[in-house]
Design a binder for this molecule. Structure first.
Ligand code: SF4
Length: 324
């Protein structure tokens, strides 16, 4: 049996868990390739124009996989991983979006995911897959254990300071941890705040991680921070945001602004993202209060690489000059 996983959205957060789970059950996992213009165009053609670019990219990957010989494509309905907080509605509606745009919706596996924290490796989230995969409850439980271990390892590596791709490769057993030093960076430290699917998709972020590395800059992202440091500033607010991952970005940003751990903050946001417009405003206020430079990089399918390069260079140069 073969299952396709689109390389988009929470692929960048949960892939080690999903891959290990399916493979432990003897199912082959096929992912779409890294985003390309062709994949993006596929998504843009098949989506309404005013939806955010990460969803267009998701649809591009989904349609790419639809053309492959697969038994199923895995599109979980991400509902909640935090009490009384939810995923952005575009995530929650994703299985419906694909169900109404394809001819054979039976090909899509869309279990609902509900958990109390980021660790979604709960039996109730994966048991609905037993029947379509032809597996027993015991087999699902066993596969889940292995998947959970791999995912926790991946998250631990990120918190130790490994860059996303390195942490992913180590957790997937593609490379030994000892052979991959943690990137230390140099002159200045930048907090790069953005959803995993925006900053780690090299096509849409135009390799921003690599660009910052080439400029000899240390980067801290939200997924590198311990959960309690992200949650603390949120708990101090009168009211948190309604959306889980938006809260994570807000908490990470507030933490970095206030703890003086960074010389500047870049908020990478997708055009058309409602939650981010609110976070961006709050970061602007934090920047005024703390005097830590802040820049928003708004990306969409038309953003040019030269434009991004110029803005990143100008921002980081300004910080470097301020520091000497
Ligand atoms: S949080 Fe923003 S970028 Fe992410 S899916 Fe929702 S609207 Fe799109």
């Amino acid at each position: 049996m073969k299952i396709g996983i689109p390389r988009s959205l929470l692929y960048y957060y949960y892939y080690p868990l999903w891959k290990n789970f399916f493979e432990e059950l003897g199912v082959d996992v096929v992912t779409s390739p890294p985003t390309t213009k062709k994949i993006l165009d596929l998504g843009v053609r098949n989506m309404v124009s005013d939806i955010c670019v990460p969803i267009k990219i998701f649809m591009g990957h989904f349609y790419y996989l639809m053309e492959k010989e697969l038994d199923y494509i895995y599109v979980p309905r991400m509902v909640s991983i935090e009490k009384r907080k939810f995923f952005c509605p575009k995530f929650m509606g994703l299985p419906d979006l694909v169900r109404h745009t394809i001819e054979n919706p039976k090909k899509v596996l869309r279990p609902s995911i509900v958990a109390k924290d980021d660790n979604i490796a709960l039996l109730e989230n994966f048991l609905p897959l037993a029947e379509p995969l032809g597996k027993t409850k015991g087999e699902i439980k066993k596969a889940l254990k292995k998947a959970e271990t791999a995912w926790l390892h991946f998250r631990q590596l990120s918190k130790e300071g490994y860059f996303h791709q390195d942490a992913m490769n180590i957790a997937l057993g593609k490379v030994q941890k000892e052979n991959l030093p943690i990137y230390q960076g140099g002159e200045i430290t930048i907090g790069l705040i953005g959803y995993v699917y925006n900053i780690y998709d090299d096509y849409i972020s135009m390799n921003i991680m690599e660009k910052l590395q080439q400029l000899n800059i240390k980067v801290i992202t939200f997924d590198m921070l311990p959960e309690n440091e992200i949650e603390r500033p949120i708990k101090q607010m009168d009211k948190a945001l309604f959306w889980t991952f938006s809260n994570k970005l807000l908490g990470a940003g507030k933490h970095l602004f206030r703890k003086n751990q960074v010389d500047g903050i870049i908020h990478v946001t997708a055009f058309g993202c409602g939650p981010d417009s609110m976070i961006g405003k709050m970061f602007e206020l934090e920047s005024q209060d703390t005097q830590i430079p802040f820049m928003t990089l708004r990306i969409d399918e038309h953003t040019g690489e030269n434009h991004l390069q110029t803005r990143v260079e100008a921002f980081t140069d300004m910080i470097k000059r301020k520091k000497v």
